[in-house]
Design a protein around this ligand. Structure first.
Ligand code: IMP
Ligand code: MG
Length: 187
């Protein structure tokens, strides 16, 4: 495995900046849902670090649920537009106040599909909280209610986001220098 220092182009969002912004998002959500009970639905796997920090910043009572989706096709750096559920919720979301917790919105295809699938289950409300928004890449319009950071059109990793399934554990968001990245098969 390559050490990430070998292909880190730059640290785009530091650990401190991430944590500060997540506390602000938690405050905003806590104000908006005062007196209510929430259900946070995390989209695996990228959203998992964000979820656990966001939960600690939210003061209203909330349950958590997980869902996983995958895009068909090869490559892994572009979503193909065809999204299927690989892990569904264990909870009935009818009449619940739901917030979807996502790592990043890129083309918007994944989110758009997930929103469609969840809205037909009649939640009382359904909002979206995404840590990162690469809005330049948007192909499908999606409503996003809470956004951590707008980012440029660059491939990023860390804090839940992977390159070929690794490096999710890093506490910051880095930009990959693809010229210096050799792929996970070349140890
Ligand atoms: P979308 O369907 O194009 O919006 O793709 C969203 C999904 O693609 C995210 O949930 C991520 O898993 C993945 N993704 C998009 N951009 C990046 C990136 O820069 N780094 C890592 N994963 C990404
Ligand atoms: Mg994801």
């Amino acid at each position: 495995m390559q050490d990430y220092h070998e292909f880190l182009g730059e640290v785009l969002i530091s650990e401190a900046a991430l944590q500060k912004r997540i506390r602000e998002l938690g405050e905003e959500i806590s104000r908006d849902y005062e007196g209510k009970k929430l259900l946070l639905v995390c989209i695996l796997r990228g959203g998992v670090l964000f979820l656990t920090d966001l939960m600690r910043a939210i003061r209203v009572p909330h349950a958590i649920e997980f869902m996983a989706v995958s895009s068909y096709g090869v490559g892994g750096r572009e979503s193909t537009g065809q999204v299927r559920i690989t892990l569904d919720l264990n909870t009935d979301i009818a009449d619940r106040d739901v917030i979807l917790v996502e790592d990043i919105i890129d083309s918007g295809r994944t989110l758009s599909h997930v929103l469609e699938l969840l809205s037909i289950r009649h939640p009382r409300s359904l909002k979206v909280c995404a840590l990162l928004d690469k809005s330049e890449r948007r192909e499908v319009a999606v409503p996003v209610d809470y956004i951590g950071f707008q980012i440029p059109n660059k491939f990023v990793f860390g804090y839940g986001l992977d390159i070929d399934d690794y490096y999710r554990n890093l506490p910051f968001i880095g930009v990959v220098d693809l010229k210096r990245y050799h792929g996970s098969n070349s140890d």
